[in-house]
Design a protein around this ligand. Structure first.
Ligand SMILES: Cc1cc2nc3c(=O)[nH]c(=O)nc-3n(C[C@H](O)[C@H](O)[C@H](O)COP(=O)(O)OP(=O)(O)OC[C@H]3O[C@@H](n4cnc5c(N)ncnc54)[C@H](O)[C@@H]3O)c2cc1C
Length: 369
């Protein structure tokens, strides 16, 4: 079997966003995909935390801001094409210090964000925070209101992207890629569980599963899985903003009175078990932020594995193999970064010099220098 054009391994938000943009450019695209119970994109909170996630200058910061701004555009495009909503919601984010001890850390982040754009954030004391969100705990000492860190529904985004790539003519091969065949530094074939496919250019977008896959090429990918669990509840006490604590827990208000509670963090774990202790931690963190959640109904719980690199930046660009590109390692921000990554990465694959330059800080080669 011969796959013409671009072959993408991995049907998470990265693989699908790249496929979507390539298909819009009339490229031929094959997606190799095997469903995994810990696919990060199906587990995500859907926050577009472009400012929330940054405490210091980073080459990823301007890209994150750009991606956040692109999401409503992609949401509209996907709707026009598929008639599917992805619930892009302008529920801005409040980052809270749950105790006095956490205030200095939050203040430092506030100063950094204000040095970049003072108009997009506000510093609030505890009382001002509770004026915005009356059900928050009395002990919340201070917060930063980030006006434009909105959200989408990650699962709906995935459904819409799948539908879009199918409508635009992608070939979908529902099979796991197990190995590559190469001649010198050129990949000639990929092997799945059943078939050998000749390929022209291959993009590896397999999230936290990348390390195992690349080991068949003797490529050491400095990345590990970070398992995270979430719980969904339904509450008649409304929340209008995403609430994010300085220690990384969050409440994200979804449609139909639902609130997503996230997320635990277990480095080097990649099983698909939601544990009692994980759920207990999430619920007690949630009630410490918003005591009224004690009466909420538990609807669902799940987990996924985030792909984290050694230096925290994603890997986007070339590999030591001339026709194999890598797009992985987006850790806690893959939903946020998917919009711009799809655009930039597809332009890079089509030879655009500016896109190549912008992806320079994220090259795989940085780990070998
Ligand atoms: C609990 C949790 C909460 C999160 N919350 C947010 C959030 O609020 N905002 C945000 O921006 N990000 C969030 N993230 C991070 C985000 O989900 C990830 O960064 C992003 O989904 C990574 O996408 P990906 O496509 O690289 O990987 P994945 O979504 O894991 O997709 C990789 C896909 O490749 C497939 N695959 C793997 N190996 C093979 C193979 N050999 N052959 C064929 N197919 C293969 C897998 O089945 C999988 O579906 C969260 C993550 C978790 C776990």
């Amino acid at each position: 079997m011969h796959c013409k054009g671009f072959s993408i391994i991995g049907g998470g938000v990265m693989g699908l966003s790249i496929a979507y943009q390539l298909l819009k450019q009339q490229q031929q695209v094959t997606i190799f995909h095997t469903p995994k119970s810990t696919t990060a994109s199906l587990a995500a909170g859907g926050m577009l935390g472009a400012q929330n996630e940054f405490h210091a200058p980073s080459p990823l910061y301007p890209i994150a801001l750009e991606s956040r701004a692109l999401h409503p555009v992609i949401a509209q495009e996907l709707y026009d094409l598929t008639q599917l909503q992805i619930d892009w919601l302008p529920t801005s984010l409040i980052k809270v210090a749950t105790s006095q001890q956490a205030v200095p850390q939050l203040k430092n982040q506030f100063h950094f964000l204000a040095s970049q754009d003072a108009t997009s954030i506000d510093w609030l004391d505890g009382q001002q925070t509770r004026q915005l969100e009356p059900f928050l705990h009395d002990e919340i000492a201070a917060s930063v209101h980030i006006h434009q860190d909105y959200q989408v529904n990650a699962r709906k985004l995935m459904t819409a992207l799948w539908q879009a790539v199918k409508q635009l003519g992608a070939t979908i091969i529902e099979d796991e890629v197990l190995a590559f065949e190469h001649h010198q530094k050129k990949i000639t074939h990929v092997h799945t569980t059943t078939t050998r496919y000749a390929i022209e250019h291959v993009v590896v977008a397999t999230g936290a599963f990348t390390t195992a896959l690349l080991s068949s090429l003797a490529l050491r990918c400095p990345m590990h899985a970070v398992k995270g669990e979430c719980v969904m509840v339904k509450s008649d006490k409304p929340l209008k903003h995403t609430i994010f604590t300085t220690d990384g827990y969050y409440l994200v208000p979804k449609c139909h009175q639902q609130i997503l509670i996230g997320a635990t963090s277990y480095p080097f774990q990649q099983d698909d078990i939601v544990t009692v202790s994980g759920v207990q931690r999430l619920l007690s963190k949630a009630m410490a932020i918003m005591p009224a959640l004690k009466d909420a109904h538990i609807l669902d719980s799940w987990c996924g594995v985030r792909p984290q690199t050694m230096d925290g930046l994603p890997i986007m660009g070339a590999s030591p193999y001339i026709n194999l590109s890598l797009c992985t390692g987006h850790y806690r921000n893959g939903i946020l970064l998917s919009a711009i990554t799809g655009q930039l990465f597809s332009q890079y694959l089509l030879g655009d010099k500016t896109a190549k330059q912008r992806l320079e800080p994220f090259q795989f080669a940085r780990f070998s220098s």
